[in-house]
Design a binder for this molecule. Structure first.
Ligand SMILES: Cc1cc2nc3c(=O)[nH]c(=O)nc-3n(C[C@H](O)[C@H](O)[C@H](O)COP(=O)(O)O)c2cc1C
Length: 426
């Protein structure tokens, strides 16, 4: 089931070093690239069906096409390397095991969109990854793959690494831009979208590390070769981080469209210790949970996830076995998003705090029957009433746990608390 496109060099010793990466094909697309017209590069990426791998799945080539034409302003590329979504650990493999594949992808993207300045926004906690990435960039400059004349062509490209300070919200594309500009990392209202008004008020493309790293294969082998993997609407391969209660957790590159349970059983060794499956988080903590029945019918692609009223997300799959206490899981989830709220919008800042207080009431044995409805009502009142979707990244999964595992919340309700009049009187 596993394929090796993005991960082709991951197991090669010292694959992060230019010399080794070059022996295995790094920067091999550049001659072909510079012989192409930038518009044709965009067309090729559009035809490949590559969708953004940062979570939202927006088609990469289509996004590039939104850049205004003939504007007398610089165009920027910002590579989103924040990777802070719990259960997501794919981009770090690229940063550490094949940074030159990403740098080559940056060259391809910048050439296509007419950008000469790219930023890589890396999460603050990635200290060892930052060191390896910076060394790779330095090597690329020394070898002439970056700088005044990329690979001897009349094309300047500078790449600057910007280190975050450990805020999840800075993975949101406009908070990321604010942070690069040296401001507080708080999302901007959209529209205008960054492709029109982005970094320093200039047109900016923001793409995830994996989206960018997918480009060398597309340019080298062509859109059709990429489309040979995956489904019609979910083309290509994806790096899946599988964690939780499985026998063989890890990072696996797979074509999109495979049945989830086949992947869990045949690639990740099945639920550990012979236990029963309770649920699966399909694509990072912000994606609604799947019940075992749903897990048996879903396939790993954007369409099937949407049909199952969840999201493909970041490809961070978490397996939950029968011993998982869903109420405590939800407490953990809300605590994370509450902590990471930037505080700009009242429904997110206050609402997630209220949700945390209520869930902790359950855990303390003070939950009441109507608290379940209260939590659902809070989800309704928070969602889509904020500048960004950080709060929805919390309420959407919480709603799914409340709806699909309601009995677990009810089991926490102390019967003496179920009469609100009585418990208020106490
Ligand atoms: C709260 C929040 C956190 C996000 N964190 C990340 C992240 O860590 N990495 C990422 O690539 N995208 C993240 N995103 C998505 C980005 O806003 C954006 O959609 C993405 O970087 C675009 O790249 P893509 O089209 O290549 O996926 C986040 C979004 C939100 C709302």
């Amino acid at each position: 089931m596993e394929v090796k496109i993005l991960s082709a060099k991951f197991d090669i010793e010292d694959s992060h070093r230019l010399e080794v990466a070059k022996k295995h094909g790094a920067y091999g697309t550049l001659e072909k690239l510079f012989a192409m017209d930038p518009a044709d590069v965009i067309e090729e990426v559009k035809n490949s069906g590559l969708r953004g791998r940062g979570g939202a799945g927006f088609p990469a080539g289509v996004k590039w096409g939104f850049l205004p034409k003939d504007l007398d302003k610089p165009i920027y590329l910002a590579v989103n390397s924040d990777e802070s979504e719990p259960a997501t650990f794919k981009d770090r493999y690229i940063l550490v095991r094949d940074p030159h594949m990403m740098i080559e992808g940056i060259i391809i993207c910048c050439y296509a969109i007419g950008s000469h300045d790219s930023y890589i926004y890396i999460r603050g906690e990635y200290t060892s990854q930052l060191k390896i990435l910076q060394e790779a960039i330095d090597e690329a400059y020394e070898a002439g793959y970056l700088g005044e004349q990329v690979a001897g062509h009349d094309f300047r490209l500078d790449v600057t690494v910007h280190r975050g300070a450990g805020a999840y919200v800075c993975g949101e594309e406009t908070a990321l831009l604010e942070s690069i500009e040296g401001k507080k990392g708080q999302p901007r209202s959209k529209p205008p979208f960054p492709a029109v008004v982005g970094l320093y008020d200039c047109p900016t493309i923001i793409n995830n590390v994996q989206s960018i790293a997918s480009l060398p294969f597309i340019i080298e082998k062509g859109a059709e070769a990429y489309r040979a993997y995956g489904t019609e609407k979910s083309a290509g391969t994806h790096l899946f981080g599988i964690s939780g209660h499985v026998e063989k957790p890890g990072m696996y590159e797979l074509p999109l469209g495979l049945p989830l349970m086949e992947v869990l059983n045949e690639v990740a060794g099945g639920v550990w210790k012979g236990r029963q499956l309770k649920g699966v988080i399909p694509g990072g903590s912000s994606t609604p949970v799947l019940t075992p029945e749903e897990a048996h019918t879903v396939t790993l692609d954007y369409e099937s996830m949407a049909e199952h009223k969840t999201m493909f997300g970041s490809g961070g799959i978490v397996v939950l076995d029968e011993t998982v206490d869903i109420v405590k899981l939800v407490e953990n989830l809300i605590a994370f998003y509450h902590h990471e709220s930037c505080g700009q919008c009242t429904p997110c800042r206050e609402g997630l705090g209220w949700m945390l207080k209520i869930i902790r009431k359950f855990i303390a044995g003070d939950g009441r029957e109507d608290d379940i409805e209260l939590l659902l009502e809070l989800c309704d009142n928070i969602e889509m009433k904020t500048v960004c979707v950080l709060s929805a990244a919390c309420t959407m999964p919480v709603r799914s746990y409340l709806e699909k595992f309601r009995h677990e919340f009810e089991s926490y309700i102390n019967s003496s608390n179920s009469d609100p009049v009585q418990s208020q009187a106490e």
